[in-house]
Design a binder for this molecule. Structure first.
Ligand SMILES: CC(C)[C@H](C(=O)O)[C@@H](O)C(=O)O
Ligand code: SF4
Length: 419
């Protein structure tokens, strides 16, 4: 059995396998300012109640603070939902991106997590089954606490080798290139191998975050000491809680699991990777893109807005100036990340270098505000999607990279991995 099959078998109490349609109880559900209004509308046609307000998380992150009347109206309606159903796990603007909020507060291994956002797959990093649903499905979940899914097939992706220059973002871009934008449609991507074993939780989240860019239902990683340490240190779980989780730990016998496909990526001689317009699987080694002039750099998002990402970027910006032709926008993924970055002097490094720092949230990632692109402009971004027009004008261009390359390029004025 794959990791997903094992988690879902445990949840349903039956031995299930890929292709089965199952009904399942949801442990945690989330919608944000962009998706709560439609979910609320659909819910009103189904029920006058929510199944369990304790298991629902609402976050304002996509347009914070609201920049248009429409965005303000959507938050007003969402607030009505929050009040009506007495949702306590409510995070108003400035607290962070919904996925970062979930990771910092609520996600636990073996959970079934349903999110009204496609990057809910990020939480597979905790050994949870986490995936995105549309508004009608979310409404049904809010009403009943249940949903159904077809159990996805699994692609095993093993990351091997050693290379100090390579980050989780370079790896996931390479995986996108190998698997392709439709290569994992309705499948789970199970990451393993020595590189993943040694990765921080933040990096594992970067890996799982982009499963959807390959059409994937989710990305997922077995829990281990790194997961438990994170839950203890960052989330304050007690030793008893951790021991309980360890007893319920789900592992996979990789030789016996019935993977649909297996991919091995050795990073030893790998170059850093860049996705070029207009698809995240349109990936090239940095040497083929180096020298491309840029107008804007964005460091942030649910892919790469965490503390380790900001620390990495700060290494290259410290004592340097952002190129005069480049706008650099930095957005910490959450309030917690922001406060810690302030404490460590990282924010000061960015400001002195000439960066603009914005309120934790999605920011320019989806082209809503805080840095939209003009016609012909080129942005190098640490986000996950470079679709045509996503960050602004239909004829603007988005390249995707790691925070390191983003920071170096902001200084140089063109794409580069050498400071
Ligand atoms: C607005 C929201 C529905 C959307 C998603 O689901 O992914 C957004 O977060 C994105 O990244 O494009
Ligand atoms: S940061 Fe970007 S990808 Fe992530 S949830 Fe927000 S808009 Fe979507």
């Amino acid at each position: 059995m794959s990791l997903v099959e094992k988690i879902l078998s445990k949840k349903t109490g039956e031995d299930i396998s890929a292709g089965d349609s199952i009904e399942v109880e949801v442990d945690l559900a989330m919608t944000h300012d962009g998706t709560t209004p439609l979910t609320y509308k659909a819910l009103q046609e189904m029920s006058n109640n929510v199944w369990d307000p304790e298991k629902i998380v609402i976050a304002f992150d996509h347009n914070v603070p609201p920049n248009t009347v429409k965005a303000a109206e959507m938050q007003k309606l969402t607030l009505e939902f929050v009040k009506k159903f007495k949702i306590k796990k409510f995070h108003k603007g400035g607290e962070g991106i919904c996925h970062q909020i979930l990771a910092e507060n609520y996600v636990l291994p073996n959970m079934f997590i349903a999110g009204g956002d496609s990057h809910t797959c990020t939480h597979g990093a905790f050994g949870a089954f986490a995936t995105g649903f549309g508004a009608t499905d979310m409404a049904y979940i809010y009403a009943t606490g249940e949903t159904w899914i077809k159990v996805p097939k699994t692609i095993k992706v093993e990351i091997t080798g050693r290379n100090e220059n390579i980050s989780a973002k370079d790896i996931v871009l390479k995986v996108c290139k190998e698997i392709g934008r439709r290569g994992a449609t309705y499948m789970a991507i199970e990451y393993c191998g020595e590189v993943v074993k040694n990765m921080s939780m933040a990096s594992r989240m970067t890996l799982c975050n982009m499963a959807i860019e390959m059409g994937g239902k989710t990305g997922i990683i077995e829990t281990d000491e790194i997961t438990y340490n994170y839950l203890k240190k960052e989330r304050g779980l007690s030793d008893d809680d951790i021991n309980k989780l360890k007893k319920e730990r789900i592992t996979v016998n990789k030789d016996e699991a019935n993977y649909h496909k297996e991919v091995v990526i050795d990073i030893t001689d790998m170059e850093e990777q860049i996705a070029v317009p207009h698809h995240p699987d349109n990936v090239k080694p940095v040497s083929e893109v180096a020298g491309k002039a840029i107008d804007q750099v964005f460091i942030g998002s649910c892919t790469n807005g965490r503390l380790e990402d900001l620390r990495e970027a700060a290494k290259y910006l410290k004592g340097r100036r952002v190129h005069e032709d480049v706008k650099l926008i930095v957005i910490p993924a959450s309030k917690k990340v922001f406060l810690q970055a302030l404490k460590e002097g990282i924010i000061e490094v960015f400001i002195k270098a000439g960066a603009m720092i914005c309120t934790p949230g999605c920011g320019p990632c989806l082209g809503a505000h805080q840095g939209v692109l003009a016609e012909g402009e080129v942005c190098l971004s640490t986000t996950n999607r470079n679709f045509r027009g996503r960050m602004g004008h239909i004829n603007s261009y988005i390249y995707l990279s790691s925070p390191k390359i983003a920071a170096i390029s902001a200084v140089k004025g063109y794409i580069s991995n050498e400071i």
